[in-house]
Design a protein around this ligand. Sequence first.
Ligand SMILES: [Zn+2]
Length: 279
Amino acid sequence: MPTNSSRRRRARALRLGVLSTPLLVLFACATMTVDQERDMGESVVHEVRSQVRLVHDKVVRDYVADIGYEILDATGPQPFDYNFYVVEDDQINAFALPGGHIFIHTGVILNARNVSELAGVIGHEIGHVERRHIARNYNKMRAGGIAQQILTTAGGLYAGQAGAAAGSIFGGMAVASVVNTFTREAEREADDFAVATLPRAGYDPNGLPTFFQTMMNEGGSRPPEFLSSHPSTENRLADTRAAITALDLPPGLKSNDGGKFEIIQRRVRLLTGSGGGRP
Ligand SMILES: [Zn+2]
């Protein structure tokens, strides 16, 4: 999985400084171009990475990233270099930053019943990026003053002020929260994307509705962002099941991967000391 070297970070900071005028122009526009989204993602991802507890274990990271890249291979050429991160957090959640930075909580890995359920969640998040939902949420970022904050953060990076990001009113996670507040239509589109793309990647698309079912069975806990309050989980379960029924699925799609997924679950439990997830 690609990681950002300090050299690359410095180059990026310089580039952000050089791009300060285009960034100002960006804030005057209604939607983000691909280049603008990529730049914004890179300016925010470092902050988010410092605000969450990442799982650095290469086996776990690569396992999640490989599923992501399999889905991307089935998607076709993409304008972004996607990156996948695993966040140590028992809450069942996942989110995407601008430019294809996708974060999956260990709560998803531990609560999924098989690899196709995990692939369903990853496919859904890729769908938000691929369908440019993140870019569409840019107007919300502007309304909340977050765009201005990112500009300030970018300026701080240019000046070499590491504290500029840490001291910002709107942290990276606030940006993540705003750009991951999707409309009902966007959630449905991301679900549709996952259902349509998973079979081409070799995965059983039923992993998505069965994960919804798993979550509904869990019940009681805080509603995670991945399962937004609208449309309801019941509706998403019904919609994805109906969409799958309409597909002519090839035989041999996998919901299991020969025990690898279960080994990753065990590894995550050992690494994080988590008692969470399914027994
Ligand atoms: Zn979503």
